[in-house]
Design a protein around this ligand. Structure first.
Ligand code: KG4
Ligand code: ZN
Length: 340
């Protein structure tokens, strides 16, 4: 029976409207409509995100089903992001999922967005694709979250460290904003950093107890540094952009990995993973691989398409929930905040 499991997954927690179809743990389609409307505001505008989801949801789901080469009557269940995320944005995806599940008379599977980022590691488009062994440690770094998660099983995840203020993605996006780079800034900082000297400037990060992070001081550090330099030399940012990006990225990625490494040594866990939008960062990926090799740990990095928000990760989380018999109800409501 489980051989013919087809899951339609819907993701609408922030500014990506996405739908995917999975056959068991294999992705048949993964359609992502990125909302460009937020660019000119330098950040996601919740009301505009909800409107764009409304416009995108029908064509995106239609395309995902067509590209998968199945008909909607073959669907076994519909997984959707129940939270955390923007309430208006979540309402669009969840209401659509509920209506479709009702029309097709198939079960609904509500999925936790941050758990799904981690579950992206279980997508197996080829049977030989390696997957992490339990327990493993996952550094989940996105625009809204920075978490060190001890993953004991698909259903048993514990946050052992997290940011006490800004998320790592925000640290990148806010730095990009003060440097005058477009939104979202993370990929821009990454791009410019490739051309710069990572050791040219130093920025400081706080050492908190345990495995927690704090990024707000780093952002202020950068802001004051730029203000002082610009006072003396108005062309400083423009001329030094690549070096500033490289140095800032160097500090952020080292800070992220130092705590992950400390957590791995503390717990004795030897399988480590990255997840979330910031795991697309080239320096983070490279240094993570180097450190894992050095320590003899097995490191897992999602392929680029499953790093930033996408419905395939909702689909794989939904598939595992379906296997465990977890189902949702039509009365379930979206959750703007929702601890792992
Ligand atoms: O996981 P995600 O797509 O959405 C959330 O759930 O928040 O993460 C988006 C975040 C943004 O802050 C974006 O700037 C960051 O991921 N990001 C990057 C890179 N690509 C995306 N940050 C640094 N380097 C990148 N290459
Ligand atoms: Zn995300």
């Amino acid at each position: 029976m489980s051989d013919s499991v087809f899951i339609l997954a819907i993701e609408s927690s922030c500014d990506e409207t996405s739908a995917a179809v999975l056959h068991k743990d294999r992705v048949l389609s993964n359609v992502i409509a990125t909302q460009q409307v937020h660019e000119r505001y330098g950040g996601v505008v919740p009301e505009l995100a909800s409107r764009a989801h409304q416009q995108n949801i029908v064509p995106v789901v239609d395309r995902a089903i067509n590209e998968a080469g199945i008909t909607k009557n073959q669907l076994t269940a519909i997984a959707y992001t129940q939270g955390p995320g923007l309430m208006g944005a979540l309402l669009v995806g969840s209401s659509f999922a509920k209506s479709m599940a009702m029309a097709l008379d198939v079960p609904l599977i509500p999925v936790h967005h941050m758990r799904a980022h981690i579950m992206a590691h279980f997508i197996r488009n080829h049977s030989q694709d390696p997957i992490p062994e339990f327990p493993f440690l996952c550094l989940t770094v996105s625009g809204g979250h920075t978490q060190l998660v001890l993953v004991r099983s698909v259903m048993d995840m514990e946050v052992i460290g997290q940011t006490i203020d800004d998320a790592a993605g925000e640290a990148f996006d806010k730095a990009a904003k003060v440097l005058g780079l477009p939104y979202p800034g993370g990929p821009w900082v990454d791009k410019r950093a490739k051309l710069g000297d990572a050791l040219k400037y130093t920025f400081t990060t706080p050492q908190l107890k345990g495995f927690d992070y704090s990024f707000s001081g780093l952002k202020t550090n950068l802001l004051y540094f730029l203000r002082d330099r610009q006072k003396e030399d108005s062309g400083f940012i423009e001329r030094e952009m690549d070096h500033i990006c490289a140095s800032y990225q160097h500090v952020v990625t080292n800070y992220l990995l130092a705590r992950l490494e400390a957590a791995a040594l503390h717990t004795g866990v030897k399988h480590l993973a990255l997840a979330g939008g910031v795991s697309a960062n080239s320096a983070l990926r490279e240094k993570f691989t180097q450190r894992c090799n050095k320590q003899g740990w097995q490191g897992f990095i999602p392929s680029f398409e499953y790093c930033t928000d996408n419905a395939a990760m909702i689909g794989i989380a939904g598939y595992y929930q379906w296997l465990s018999g977890t189902k949702g109800a039509l009365g379930d409501v979206p959750k703007a905040s929702w601890p792992i």
